[in-house]
Design a protein around this ligand. Structure first.
Ligand SMILES: [Zn+2]
Length: 155
């Protein structure tokens, strides 16, 4: 798939590097990164029913429901990958919005990031997220899983 190269500057050492991201303007598309490896996954949140499914389950939580819309989306992004997507080859979960790892210091805190100008597109082989574990759960188990992930993320 075509991804756009973004220019990152890490917080730790101001190291500059480029890493791919979803091209701007691709509404509903997400690139998920693994916590522990360089693996990435692709999600189309409009076509993939689990995205709305997890969102609906999150909104059963009264505290989350009382949050402003943008904060509710942040909660969804924070827990969606670990809740409904199969982990990477090492068993580490994928997350929406996770920054790439700095190739120099291994840090994941970024001081700045921006599109390269002019835009640089790269063709990267990214697998679509899979939901083998999630789809084996019954509705009550899904509810529990979402509640666990909300608790773990401090929500
Ligand atoms: Zn760095």
């Amino acid at each position: 798939m075509k991804l756009e190269l973004m220019q990152y500057t890490c917080s730790t050492g101001a190291h500059q590097f480029v890493a791919p991201e979803i091209a701007s303007g691709s509404y509903g598309d997400f690139l998920l990164r693994s916590e522990a490896s360089e693996e990435m996954r692709f999600l189309n949140g409009i076509e993939d029913a689990t995205y709305n499914e997890v969102n609906a389950l999150i909104l059963e939580n009264a505290r989350v429901r009382s949050l402003p819309a943008n904060s509710r989306i942040e909660v969804l992004w924070k827990i969606y990958g670990a809740t409904a997507c199969d982990p990477d080859a090492m068993g580490s979960p994928f997350h929406i919005g996770l920054m790439p790892t700095c190739p120099v210091c291994g840090g994941r805190e970024m001081a700045a990031w921006d599109c390269a100008y002019p835009a640089r597109l790269v063709d990267v082989d990214v697998r679509v997220v899979s939901h083998r574990a999630w789809t084996t759960l019954d509705p009550e188990q899904k509810r529990l899983r979402v509640a666990e992930q909300l608790a773990r993320s401090g929500n």
